[in-house]
Design a protein. Structure first.
Length: 172
C-alpha cells in the first residue's frame, strides 16, 4: 500500500502515512455496523455487499492514480476492512451453534491466515513480474468479486435449530 503510493505514484511518505492512518482509524469502527447489517439483511447479502465494496476500493486504488483516489479508496476500505471476518464469524455461529462456534471460527481463521501468508508473496511477485502493483490490485478486485459471487450463491439460510441444536433432516 505505502510502497505503491510512494514508489509508483510518487507521493511523499508523510502523506502516504496519513492515508494509511486514516484507513486504520476507520477500520476500528467498521465491525459493528457490518455485524448489525448482517443481522438485519442476512449473512448472504451482507457478505455479498461487503465483498463488492472491497472490490470497489481495490479497483479505485488501482485505477484512480491521484491522491484523491487513494484517499477515497482508503475511506471505503477502512469502513469495510473487517466486514468479512465479522460476517463470517456470525455465519459460523449460525451454522454450528454456540457450543462449536469458537472451533468453527478457529478453522475459518486458519484459512484467513493462509491467505495472509501467501497474498503478500503473490502481490510482490506480480509487482516484480509486471513492474507495477496495479496488476496485484486488479487481481484483488477480481478475488473480491469472486467472493461476492460465492457469498451470494453459497451462503444460504442458517440451519434450522431446536433448543439450540442443529436439526438434521432425513434425506429421502
Amino acid at each position: 500500500f505505502i510502497a505503491y503510493l510512494t514508489k509508483e505514484l510518487g507521493m511523499p511518505t508523510a502523506e502516504a502515512g496519513r492515508i494509511f492512518a486514516l484507513l486504520g482509524f476507520l477500520s476500528i469502527f467498521c465491525g459493528l455496523p457490518w455485524g448489525s447489517l448482517s443481522d438485519r439483511i442476512g449473512r448472504r447479502y451482507a457478505s455479498t455487499f461487503g465483498h463488492l465494496t472491497l472490490a470497489a476500493s481495490f479497483l479505485l486504488f488501482a485505477c484512480y492514480r491521484q491522491p484523491l483516489g487513494a484517499y477515497l479508496s482508503a475511506i471505503i476500505f477502512g469502513l469495510t476492512a473487517f466486514a468479512i471476518p465479522v460476517i463470517i464469524a456470525a455465519a459460523v455461529g449460525d451454522a454450528v451453534g454456540g457450543q462449536l462456534a469458537s472451533a468453527g471460527f478457529g478453522l475459518v481463521t486458519l484459512f484467513f491466515g493462509i491467505g495472509q501468508v501467501f497474498a503478500p508473496f503473490i502481490g510482490g511477485w506480480i509487482r516484480d513480474t509486471t513492474g507495477t502493483f496495479t496488476t496485484a490490485f486488479l487481481l484483488s478486485t477480481t478475488v473480491a468479486i469472486l467472493g461476492a459471487i460465492f457469498s451470494y450463491f453459497l451462503m444460504g439460510r442458517p440451519p434450522e435449530r431446536k433448543n439450540g441444536n442443529v436439526v438434521l433432516k432425513k434425506m429421502d
